[in-house]
Structures are given as C-alpha cells and as structure tokens.
Design a protein around this ligand. Sequence first.
Ligand SMILES: CC(C)(COP(=O)(O)OP(=O)(O)OC[C@H]1O[C@@H](n2cnc3c(N)ncnc32)[C@H](O)[C@@H]1OP(=O)(O)O)[C@@H](O)C(=O)NCCC(=O)NCCS
Length: 234
Amino acid sequence: MAQLEVRAIPPFLLSGEAAAVRRDAERLLDGSELARARAMAPAAGAVFLAGRVAQRVFAAELMSLPAVELAPAYSCPRCGAGPGLGHGRPGYSYRGARVPLALSLSRADGWTLLAAVVDTAPETRLGADIENPSRTGFGGFDEVALTPAERRTLRDTKAELLPAARARLWARKEAWLKMTGDGLRTAPSAVDVRECPGLRDLGPAETGLPSHFAAAVALSMPVQGSGSGGSGSS
Ligand SMILES: CC(C)(COP(=O)(O)OP(=O)(O)OC[C@H]1O[C@@H](n2cnc3c(N)ncnc32)[C@H](O)[C@@H]1OP(=O)(O)O)[C@@H](O)C(=O)NCCC(=O)NCCS
C-alpha cells in the first residue's frame, strides 16, 4: 500500500517570516514561480511563495535531492506541460528526469497542506484539499456545490454541525478534482464524493492542521502489471 506523506505549514505569525520566505523564494524558486507571485497582491504573493518554497523543500527531503536543483514540472489540462509552465498539477524534474513523486498542495486561511506519495509511476495521481468550515456558510452553497444525494445526507444534520459537514464534502470534491486534474472546470455539483475509491478524509492528528479544518486526499495508482487504469488508497 502506498505511503502517504503529509505536512502542514502554519500561517506567518510575524512579519519577519514573510521577509524570510521572500529570501528563500529568491534563492530556491524558478522565474515562472516568482513571476506568478509578482502578479499578486503582496500578502497573497507571500502566501503563494511560502507554499511553493515549502512544497519544494518537502519534495527535496522526501527524495533526498537538493531543493535548489529541482525544476518545476507542472501540467495543466488546458495549457499542457513543459518548461516555464507554472500552474496546474504540481511536479518536479531533476537534471532533466521526472522526479517519481505524486504531489498535491492546498492553502486555506494562511495554512498550507502538502501531500505526497514517493516512488510513483508517471500515471499515479494525487489530490489533497483543506477547507475552513466558516467558508462554506454562504447562501446557495448546497445548490452550487452538492449533488442531490449529498444534499439529502445533510437534511438531518444539526444546524451547528452543517458547516463542518459541508466543508468535509467540499474538501473531498477538490481533492478528487485535483486527483483527476480537472479542477473546478468540472461542476462540483456533478461529482458525488460520498464514496469514491482512493478518496478519504484526513484528520488533524494526521495532518497537523487546526482541528476544525476539513481535509481530504484522493489517490489513484496504476494497477501493478497493467501500466494504468487502477486506483488504490493510502
Ligand atoms: C485545482 C483547484 C480546484 C484548486 O483551487 P483552490 O481551492 O482555490 O486552491 P488550493 O489552495 O486548494 O490549491 C491550489 C493548488 O492546486 C494545484 N492545482 C491547480 N490546478 C490543478 C489541477 N488542474 N490538477 C491538480 N492540482 C492542481 C496547484 O498545486 C495549486 O497550487 P499553486 O497555487 O501553488 O499553483 C482550482 O485551482 C482549479 O479548478 N483549477 C483548474 C482550473 C483550470 O483548469 N484552469 C485553467 C488554467 S489555464
């Protein structure tokens, strides 16, 4: 069974930490990543850079490779893949070869969750997502985000437990849609995540996130010997 690695990165508590992140980013990240951050508002850019620095260090540690020598190898369902592409499904190459690592990243309220499975085949797909329940309280969430069957499961949920139940479903949906690579190009209300192969919730003891956060991971791995097409959970 594949070993899932997860790491939670807390928000900046001190303004000096943002300055340190920017210094690390200048040292470690590539031009496309720095350019994406420059196009953002300063605070959002710092959060973006912190996630990218942490993701690179996480990948380098898992693979025992020098972080500074990893090159981003992203793939986007719309734009494809290749040098200079800085968005979409995350990945890295090292000295021109694919790093055999399935990776996923999610940010919420300053927190970043990183997830990885090492020594993977190129077809292995991983998606992870985190959500703060307070973000799901807006009117119309259920209609936009949930399938009719999912909405039925919430009917008997006590009002005070609804935000957590919605966040749990939402984290599952985004984890699943990152795993497939489609993201929100697929309507979330079209994806039923009550029971999907390889999809599961992650608890605070496993992630290190605040206990009220919802978190989920989806993993799809090729069936051994067939080269592609199967799925399995961590
Ligand atoms: C994937 C998605 C659901 C995540 O959105 P979110 O909840 O706002 O953000 P999160 O913090 O949870 O996740 C962000 C991470 O998702 C990952 N990601 C983005 N697109 C992805 C995709 N297609 N497949 C898998 N992972 C993806 C990246 O690692 C990204 O981190 P980055 O900001 O460092 O690049 C959303 O970005 C999306 O729907 N993207 C696809 C839309 C698309 O195809 N756009 C075309 C662009 S040209």
